[in-house]
Design a protein around this ligand. Structure first.
Ligand code: ZN
Length: 326
């Protein structure tokens, strides 16, 4: 039997057919942003799914279920509710709408929770009963698995550790609150930290000509033109301000991770996403800051690990795993 994983993004919808062993045997992609009519979107999605199955000479009788990862998705209602980055507005009832075409189980989850469950079913957390996943990217998402079950909570939206407040009255977060972990540990937050460091550095050393060491960031380069990857490359080349930016990030993220351990005592915290690809400039200080902020009886009990799912597969595998949630 196959599990179908569908990742509903603001721009594209990615779908994949996943074998029992966790291999994506076929995948397709179509535009999400061209739709504002939800019925039409699902109609076309079902056509795409049939073509996906046809590539391996299968049909829906070979499908165990359809798992969907989407922003603001609710596992209980199988609806997406007012997702800001989707062109389709209002309450989108994926569960009922898909049932009009095919009678297979349909399950929905938000992206970060799906990623965590994907790690549990197909990745490095296989067989692990207690762990937390932090996904770092434009935002910071998280998923919490306790005693082998994904924590959903009363609303189905549990596990938004990225928006737990870390700094009282701190930086403005995209969610409207201030001082959230996301405002410091997302790629945007890391770039903001670097921008602040550079502003105070350049204010002190205004008249100096910056040394143009190969690989370091030229201070005449516009900040808006920098990506988190550029910053990571510079840190790995020894750029002191870039290194400092990742150390500050590690300080905040390490504290957020230690707080999370106090909540559910996981045996590992998994990390994934672009900013983690910088490697040691982030991970070395992160391990240190994490251990430092742990309550004494948790010290040494929780490993920091990298996701074992590939970046270009995690959304589909995570969505497919949602169908296996108990
Ligand atoms: Zn926030």
């Amino acid at each position: 039997m196959y599990a179908i994983g569908i990742d509903v993004g603001g721009t594209n919808t990615d779908m994949g057919l996943v074998s029992e062993e966790g291999k994506i045997v076929a995948r397709r992609r179509f535009s999400t942003s061209k739709y504002n009519n939800f019925q039409q979107y699902i109609h076309d999605m079902m056509d795409e799914l049939k073509q996906l199955l046809a590539t391996v000479s299968a049909d829906f009788s070979n499908v165990e279920g359809i798992g969907i990862g989407a922003p603001n998705a609710n596992y209980y209602t199988r609806c997406v509710e007012n997702a800001m980055n989707l062109s389709m507005k209002g309450l989108l009832n994926f569960g009922d709408e898909i049932k009009r075409y095919v009678d297979v189980p349909v399950a929905l989850s938000n992206d970060a929770n799906a990623a965590a469950y994907g790690e549990y079913i197909y990745g490095g957390a296989k067989g692990m009963k207690n762990f937390i996943m932090f996904t770092l990217g434009t935002g910071v998402g998280s998923g919490i698995v306790i005693d082998g079950r994904l924590l959903l909570g009363s609303t189905g939206a549990a596990g938004e550790l990225g928006h737990a407040i870390l700094v009282p009255d701190g930086r403005q977060c995209s969610c409207g609150l201030r001082g959230c972990t996301e405002a410091y540990a997302s790629s945007r937050g890391i770039l903001q930290t670097y921008a602040e460091l550079r502003a105070s550095h350049d204010a002190l050393h205004r008249d100096d000509n910056e040394p143009t060491t190969p690989g370091w960031i030229d201070h005449n380069r516009a900040l808006t033109d920098l990506s988190c990857k550029d910053l990571g490359d510079a840190a790995n080349a020894g750029d002191p301000l870039a290194i400092k930016a990742f150390e500050i990030t590690a300080h905040y993220l390490g504290m957020a991770m230690a707080n999370a351990v106090a909540f559910s005592s996981p045996s590992a915290i998994f990390l994934m996403g672009g900013p983690t690809l910088v490697g040691e400039p982030l991970l070395a200080p992160l391990r240190r800051e994490f251990e430092k902020h742990l309550l004494y009886n948790y010290k040494g009990t929780c490993k920091v690990r990298m996701s074992e799912l590939r970046a270009n597969e995690v959304a589909i595998l995570g969505a497919a795993a949602v169908i296996k949630m108990k």
